[in-house]
Design a protein around this ligand. Structure first.
Ligand code: GAF
Length: 392
């Protein structure tokens, strides 16, 4: 059953009713620009065809209820409680439900709308975005729920505003200290294009990828090593970046250019220097990738993707043996470029390959994993796709 049908069936089981509407939002792959978003830098993600669906029906008793195929127990809250639902830690809402309810909470805070005047809703969620693969299943839930509530409650928020609402839900309701890249990618995606986002000004440009015209396919190699951004390494990298910016006397690492790295050498310890160097060089690579795509097309970006992976492996230290194996195997089998994508510490790599080499590269990755005794990776191509919106 498709994810959309699963959401509709779940709503029907929950309420005995047909949905008043169905909304969806995609996961994303990041072409380049990793951990640069919370450093106010540049990113270049694209939405993928895997989507999360929210089938929604109004209810007239002032309750918001969310259900999903990930958990058999629906969670509900009175509309009147929404404005303060996540104000205190230890709110007791299960993590999966904190995404859609967090979005409702953040949307009301952003608009200042009084929930007393709003209809209650039932939201049934199903998704075909792989979870824990670094393809932003969380932004897809946020985007689907935010788009649905924006329409049903007539909040009048723009796609960018809904991305901000999603990020607030992720940071303050779920407690994952992420940047805004994933939410923007999911809200604003376009077919065969990536979203070039300046994470300081939030200015966006759609950049044609030209994969279709050139017969190229992005191949995801999911290591099946799952990761979580709510804990551990992700937060630790954020802290190191903040320490680096403070020691360099700048508001954010975005304010440093490659020429500043010489001065950084005298001011920072070795680990912080390498963390800073990744961010500074990655920001440059994102801008170079945009220019290269525009001037010379996608076949010319391979070196930038490979350099980005090396920087994450050696300087930012967020890659894993599985991700390195996936990238090396893809390159040896003839991929134009390859790199890990997303927050790291597991998840997926992405390789840019000729359409007729997809199988060869996927097989090479599988064989390399088997040789090292890793569990088999899951490999599939993705298509740069449209962003969030209403489907029915
Ligand atoms: C995760 C986060 F959610 C993003 O904000 C971003 O920092 C990414 O990791 C790394 O580029 O997906």
């Amino acid at each position: 059953m498709s994810a959309r049908a699963a959401a509709e069936v779940l709503l029907q089981q929950l309420t005995g009713r047909e949905p008043d509407g169905v909304w969806s939002a995609p996961g994303r792959a990041n072409l380049i620009g990793e951990h640069t978003d919370y450093n106010e830098g540049f990113v270049l993600p694209f939405a993928i065809e895997h989507r999360t669906y929210a089938a929604v029906a109004r209810r007239d008793d002032g309750v918001v209820r969310v259900a999903s195929t990930f958990d058999e127990n629906p969670v509900q809250a009175p509309l009147a409680a929404l404005p303060t639902l996540f104000d205190r830690p230890g709110h007791g809402i299960p993590e999966w439900a904190s995404y859609p309810l967090g979005v409702a909470w953040a949307a009301l805070a952003k608009t200042g709308v009084d929930p007393a005047g709003l209809p209650g809703v039932d939201i049934a969620i199903a998704s075909d975005v792989p979870i824990g693969a670094g393809l932003s299943s969380s932004a897809a839930i946020e985007g689907a729920a935010a788009s649905a509530l924006n329409d049903l409650w007539e909040l009048g928020l723009s796609g960018l505003d809904l991305a901000k609402v999603g990020r607030v839900a992720e940071n303050d309701a779920v407690g994952a200290p992420t940047g805004i890249m994933d939410q923007v990618a999911s809200m604003l995606g376009r077919a065969d294009a990536a979203t070039f986002l300046d994470c300081r000004t939030l200015a966006t440009e759609s950049v044609d990828l030209g994969f279709d015209a050139e017969g190229l396919r992005p191949l995801v190699i999911d290591t099946r090593v799952t990761h979580s951004h709510a804990t551990g390494g992700y937060r630790e990298r954020r802290d190191a970046c903040e320490r680096g910016a403070a020691a360099m006397g700048v508001p954010a690492l975005r304010d440093l250019l490659p020429d500043d790295l010489e001065r950084a050498r005298g001011l920072l310890d070795d680990v912080t220097l390498r963390r800073v160097r990744h961010i500074v060089t990655e920001n440059q690579r994102v801008q170079d990738t945009v220019r290269t795509l525009r001037d010379r097309g996608p076949r010319s970006i391979g070196g930038l993707l490979v350099a980005s992976h090396a920087s994450m492996r050696d300087d930012f230290e967020i890659s894993t043996l599985e991700l390195d194996t996936a990238v090396d195997a893809a390159l040896e089998a003839g991929a134009i470029g390859a790199r890990m994508t997303g927050g790291g510490f597991g998840g997926a790599a992405i390789a840019l390959v000729e359409g007729d080499a997809v199988e060869r590269v996927a097989d090479a990755a599988a064989r390399a994993f088997a040789r090292r005794g890793f569990g088999a990776p899951r490999t599939f191509t993705v298509t740069p796709s449209r962003g969030a919106g209403r489907d029915a």
